[in-house]
Design a protein around this ligand. Structure first.
Ligand code: F6R
Length: 321
């Protein structure tokens, strides 16, 4: 798994090379919906936050099998499943085909590849990884697609982000060690403010899956309207901790707000800060993702957990078919 983190910059670069002819011409869609679950959905969340001020049309992420009613003939559906065998994603892709919606699939193989045959454009990413370790491929193939569709220029940012991540990686391992030391024995909640809510979600998922640790994520400012209240009364349950993901690019207003929320939560729980590094927005998001990935692996080691295996997830998926 550590190799996968080290390989993220290369995945990002390689993914950019994997293009397909979109099933619609430039400017012909008025919305885009990405359907995917877990490790196959998080890249789309990151894409939306990274490009929030540049995307020409609304882009939604669906974690589930039922396409919303607003999906119309000018909506492009993008089905992302790394294994190609995730039920929810397959069902949503099948209903896109049935409904005559333009569809693109991103997968390494499986039933999703079969479903596409020659009729549906398919971006095939290299296989053999746990889906959550293929984030680089899934993010950059989606970014390339968005560029092909004329919705936003992305390639230069991806290459720059990959370069910044490559440069930051050696220092991140030490930061992850320090954070793991501080967090051992606690149940963490990870907070991020846009564009870091997707990153906070990724941190929590990696702590769940790699370190087999209950961890939650919260988004700010939304969480300051509900979740923060919970900190005042829930500490009997165990030693909780909060991690605030900070963006050196955040505005002074956001910085003040994050400081205030940290001060409030620190009355109840140990608060930690993880600050992203990098020049560009995407670069900072990626370095922060890598730090969370490394933290989850460090905690997995300390807890004697096998990060590669996810038997509970597999058992539920197998039972559902
Ligand atoms: C496993 C993982 C899971 C999967 C999810 C969907 O590494 O992270 O969250 O991503 O079960 O499976 P795929 O991605 O194959 O569609």
């Amino acid at each position: 798994m550590r190799d996968a983190v080290r390989g993220l910059p290369r995945q990002l670069e390689e993914g950019l090379e994997l293009a397909v002819e979109p099933p619609v011409s430039r400017g012909a869609i008025d919305s885009l919906i990405v359907v995917g679950m877990g490790g196959s959905a998080i890249g789309a969340d990151m894409l939306v936050e990274w490009l929030w001020d540049r995307l020409e049309v609304p882009v939604a992420v669906l974690r589930g099998e039922r396409l919303p009613r607003w999906v119309g003939e000018k909506t492009l559906v993008v089905a992302v499943s790394y294994s190609g065998n995730t039920r929810e994603t397959l069902t949503a892709a099948a209903s896109a085909i049935e409904g005559g919606h333009p569809l693109v699939a991103i997968t390494s193989d499986g039933r999703l590849a079969e479903l596409c045959q020659d009729a549906i454009p398919l971006i095939r990413v290299p296989g053999g990884l746990p889906p959550r370790a293929a984030l680089g491929y899934l993010l950059s193939t989606s970014a390339r697609l968005v560029e092909e569709l004329g919705l936003a220029d992305t390639s230069r940012d991806v290459l720059e982000g990959a370069r910044e991540l490559q440069e930051a990686l050696p220092g991140l391992a030490q930061d992850a060690d320090r954070l793991a030391e501080a967090l051992e024995g606690t149940l963490p909640t990870v907070y991020g403010h846009p564009p870091f809510t997707s990153v906070a979600r990724r941190w929590a998922a990696q702590l769940n899956e790699n370190a087999k640790l209950m961890a939650w994520w919260g988004e700010l400012p939304e969480g300051s309207h509900n979740q923060v209240e919970g900190w005042s009364g829930s500490l009997e349950g165990g030693p909780l901790a909060a991690i605030f993901l900070r963006d050196p690019g955040e505005s002074p207003t956001v910085a003040r707000f994050m400081d205030e929320v940290t001060a409030v939560v620190s009355r109840e729980a140990a608060c930690h800060t993880a600050t992203a590094v990098g020049e560009t927005r995407l670069g900072r998001m990626l370095t922060c993702v890598a730090l969370g990935d490394l933290l989850s692996l460090e905690l997995a080691e300390r807890r004697g957990m096998e990060p590669l295996e996810v038997p509970v997830i597999e058992a539920i998926k197998n039972a559902r078919g």
